[in-house]
Design a protein around this ligand. Structure first.
Ligand code: ZN
Length: 454
């Protein structure tokens, strides 16, 4: 590991200039980059930037630009800083480095969320100090737009970000046998049919058992806003999946049968294993809408899950609902309807739900979970939440309001009754002021919630 030092901060000595700073650092024995130049005009600064750019290939280290600094420390202090960046220094970024190579193959990868994205496997080429053999293609539309084909000669570029991209195809060198790539219809990992939501370019694998997405789906299931299983985080999920203890999230509820195996693998200690198993057991009390959110149907967030639970009451009601039935529910649009339908068409998903049912999770609305509250402050009023809250997230606060019969919307309008403004609330607060809408602080909200005994 090697480095250059650029700044000396001294409490006792008052330094006059950045240049003086570098000279002292050098004298003290620090490694100082000799490739700097004190300029006395803007023209000289520009010339110097271009000179550095032209010598970048001769340097023994990689650079992607030059930094222009105000030399006088006194002037630096006057200029000051905004957030994390000083006003007295600015970066000049060189043009991204490009190279020619060819596309050996276009492969499709499945991400943790099920999104299937194309990646170009390239003939390895040296670019900006590293060997490049892969480039992301983002989605099928990008391949079509740039008309990238297997076998093509292409220009690649590595900009500010680490991941290289294909800039263009050298069409003059295209061979006749290079045929356009097709969007796959099946998941490259599990061979399930892919789903392309309306108005989206991405294709998704919706199979809950797809091995490429197992970990991501289990993480979501166990997360705080879903089943809230304390102790079952990313690290443990990785271990359980890698050791075959979890194949889908339904297996979480059968981990108690594998207690001895878990203690053996993890050396977690009996106590923490038992704590985990207790947390799993406890999560079975989560209401139907949380379970519906946890199973991870695309577009079914916490709010949508609640609406579906309230409308259909049971999982079977939801499974049997047609797309038209779903669209007839207020605030459920065609994308959600299609996605819900698609999820339950998959036999594997139905199998997982059966397994969860057998484990004792709630798949119907409990009478006490449904909103049977007396008329109170929140009843029938519309709220908008903005800014950062300290006692809960905005989502959690919204949930409490809804459970008490209030309505939560995202934008301030004439029909808003109250804006609940946390810290750093900006434009929404201004708009509420303009429209003369009542503004509550987080403290006001907490008091109202506490006073509304349910
Ligand atoms: Zn798959």
């Amino acid at each position: 590991l090697n480095n250059f030092v650029y700044t000396l901060i001294s409490i006792t000595d008052e330094l006059k200039s950045h240049e003086e700073n570098l000279i002292i650092l050098n004298k003290l024995g620090f490694k100082v980059n000799g490739e700097y130049k004190k300029c006395s005009s803007m023209e000289e600064v520009i010339d110097t930037c271009h000179k550095f750019e032209s010598m970048r290939d001769e340097l023994e280290y990689e650079i992607d630009g030059a930094v222009i600094k105000v030399n006088s420390i006194a002037q630096q202090n006057i200029l000051g800083s905004i957030a994390k960046s000083p006003r007295w220094a600015v970066a000049f970024k060189f043009k991204a480095k490009q190279a020619f190579t060819s596309v050996n193959k276009i492969v499709w990868q499945v991400g943790r969320t099920g999104a299937v994205t194309p990646v170009a496997e390239l003939e390895p080429v040296l670019l900006a100090g590293s060997t490049i053999s892969r480039a992301t293609l983002h989605n099928y539309d990008e391949i079509k737009r740039k008309d990238i084909r297997e076998g093509d000669r292409v220009v690649i570029e590595k900009g500010g970000d680490v991941i290289p991209k294909i800039v263009s195809v050298v069409l003059s060198e295209r061979k006749k046998k290079n045929k356009p790539v097709k969007q796959p219809k099946l998941c490259p990992v599990c061979k399930s049919p892919l789903f392309n939501p309306p108005d989206e370019v991405a294709y998704y694998c919706e199979n809950t058992e797809c091995s490429a997405q197992i970990k991501g789906r289990i993480e979501h299931f166990a997360s705080r806003t879903a089943m809230d299983i304390e102790g079952l985080g990313e690290a443990l999920i990785d271990i359980f999946v890698d050791n075959g203890l979890l194949i889908t999230y339904a297996d979480i509820y059968y981990l108690n049968e594998r207690r001895e195996d878990i203690i053996a693998i993890e050396r977690l200690g009996k106590k923490s294993v038992d704590n985990l198993l207790n947390a799993i057991e406890e999560s079975k009390n989560k209401p139907f809408d949380k379970v519906l959110f946890a199973i991870g149907i695309r577009y079914v967030g916490a709010g949508v899950a609640r609406k579906l639970a309230d409308h259909f009451n049971t999982i079977d009601g939801l499974i049997n609902a047609s797309e038209e039935d779903l669209i007839s529910v207020p605030e459920i649009g065609p994308s959600i309807a299609k996605s819900v339908n698609q999820f339950f068409i998959n036999k594997i998903n139905i199998g997982i739900i059966k397994k969860l049912k057998a484990a004792g999770l709630k798949f119907e609305l409990n009478k006490s979970d449904s909103i049977q509250v007396k008329e109170n402050f929140f009843t029938g009023k519309t709220f908008v939440l903005t800014g950062r809250l300290n006692n809960f997230t905005r989502e959690e606060a919204g949930e409490k309001i809804i459970r008490l019969g209030g309505k939560v919307t995202t934008s301030v309008s004439q029909s808003t009754d109250y804006l609940i403004a946390g810290e750093k609330s900006g434009s929404k607060k201004n708009k509420a002021n303009e429209l003369g809408i009542n503004i509550m602080t987080e403290g006001d909200l907490v008091i109202k919630l506490n006073n509304t005994v349910n």
